[in-house]
Design a protein around this ligand. Structure first.
Ligand code: SF4
Length: 130
């Protein structure tokens, strides 16, 4: 348990679930990423997409990218699933999965527009934009 305040620095790490998950069939990942880049590129440290963050290579990537000085938005599967499936990646980075460091965003049963709106809400609610 940590009591660190949330960082004003944000990053977005998309997990596209191989790009073929039926629950994400209504999402145009490339269109979404470009829209987020155009709208919020100046509000995030960086954004990245990976096809399977819960596999070994995805966890290795997280070990390199996840940083305790940055709060990570993770558009991926349902929040509860992420809590289990992204744990190893956060552990590899040595960063706690708490509200100061992590904002899970579920893309399950969503559309390009609805995920964009969730990301917008998470970014605009951040102290970086106060
Ligand atoms: S972390 Fe979730 S969205 Fe990503 S590949 Fe695993 S099950 Fe799919």
């Amino acid at each position: 348990m940590t009591h660190e305040p949330a960082s004003t620095r944000k990053a977005i790490l998309f997990c596209t679930c191989s790009g073929a998950c039926p629950s994400m069939a209504q999402i145009d990942f490339w269109g979404l990423a470009e829209r987020v880049r155009l709208e919020f590129g100046d509000k995030v440290e960086f954004m990245a997409l990976h096809p399977r963050l819960c596999e070994e290579d995805g966890e290795r990537l997280m070990g390199h990218l996840v940083d305790r000085q940055i709060q990570f938005l993770t558009p991926a599967c349902a929040e509860k699933r992420q809590e289990k499936l992204l744990r190893e990646g956060f552990q590899k980075a040595g960063v706690p999965m708490d509200a100061a460091h992590w904002i899970p965003i579920s893309m399950a049963q969503e559309t390009t527009d609805s995920v964009f709106q969730k990301i917008e809400k998470a970014l605009l609610a951040s102290p970086a934009n106060a």
